[in-house]
Design a protein around this ligand. Structure first.
Ligand code: YRO
Length: 309
């Protein structure tokens, strides 16, 4: 039973990894992921300098997921470059997530990744903030085009982008058209949390997290249908790019759905936050069980083969 899926020509031991931001801020967490059954791993989106992030409580578990407004707490890009230098790439590939606060910061960080000759794969987080008062980069299509043009000329290797969810077919079309003009963008990670949700505590009649008057990104089971749609939409529209699925994964069935919808690798966020890296043992076993029951020997036999009616 070959659970492995090929990603950028490399077989992974499992089509599973963490979602950026979860269990990947500091060395102890990164070490735990490196030792886990995950087939790959990604660092917390970094900024040029270290950030404390938002005041707590900034993450809260919900009945079917989570809400967070962490505020990009991270150790600064050099810390993750130092980790990338020590990482054992034979063990599993490492993705390096970047969310610079400005285009200049992104270019500075990317130039240093370039100079570090690290085998890590760049995942550019396009939920990074735009100029105040404007939508996040991924929702400002002109700014999206500019940042991709700038990074493509500053970075000589293939890289990927982490996208927030889109909800309009015209947006899938427009964003895919932009991405398809950048052949260096060879993978797309869909989705980041669904932005600016709000949940309420009935007893105290209060919001659940302190930052942004309680507004925060929604993750977990709530986002699975949106995640699957974005994975499939970009899988269909960007045939020359690999899709990394993210959103709503907590069982082998969810992993199977993401792969069927077109994902090559499946990221786990909220469920990993709640259950820890041992979750990859369970997900791997549950996926293998489903493949056994369906008579699939390899992922290739069903990956991207979602049927329509
Ligand atoms: C939302 C940003 C703070 C601009 C980026 C970091 C980030 C965060 C975060 O650090 O608050 N949370 C998410 O669910 N997704 C993200 O991409």
């Amino acid at each position: 039973l070959d659970l492995s899926t090929f990603f950028l020509g490399r077989p992974l031991t499992a089509p599973l990894m963490n979602a950026s931001g979860v269990w990947c801020n500091v060395n102890s967490q990164l070490h735990a992921l490196a030792e886990s059954e995950a087939g790959a791993m990604v660092t917390k989106s970094c900024t040029l300098l270290r950030r404390d992030g938002n005041p707590e409580p900034r993450y809260h578990t919900l009945t079917m997921g989570s809400i967070n407004s962490m505020g990009l707490p991270n150790e600064g890009h050099q810390y993750y470059l130092d980790y990338a230098e020590r990482h054992d790439y034979e063990n599993k590939p490492l993705f390096f997530s970047v969310a610079g606060l400005t285009l200049d910061d992104n270019l500075t960080i990317v130039a240093q990744i370039q100079d570090a000759y690290t085998p890590a794969l760049l995942e550019l987080n396009l939920s990074c903030p735009n100029v105040p008062g404007k939508a996040q980069i991924a929702y400002d299509f002109d700014a999206l085009d500019v940042i991709l043009a700038e990074i493509s000329s500053a970075y000589s290797r293939p890289f990927g982008v982490k996208l927030p969810p889109y909800f309009d077919i015209a947006h899938f079309d427009e964003v895919a058209d932009i991405l398809n003009r950048y052949e260096k963008v060879n993978f797309i990670t869909c989705i980041n949390s669904i932005g600016n949700g709000l949940m309420i505590d009935m007893e105290s009649e209060t919001v659940l997290i302190k930052p942004k008057q309680g507004f925060g990104g929604i993750g977990g089971e709530y986002v699975l249908p949106t995640a699957l749609a974005n994975v499939n939409a970009f899988h269909q529209r960007c045939p020359k790019k690999s899709i990394i699925g993210c959103g709503g994964v907590n069982t082998g069935e969810h992993v199977f759905m993401h792969l069927l919808a077109g994902a090559s690798i499946v990221q786990v966020g909220t469920a990993l936050y709640e259950q820890g890296p041992d979750i990859f043992v369970r997900l791997k076993a549950e996926l293998a069980q489903i493949m056994q029951e369906k008579g699939y020997k390899t992922i290739r036999e069903f990956q991207g083969k979602l049927k329509t009616l």
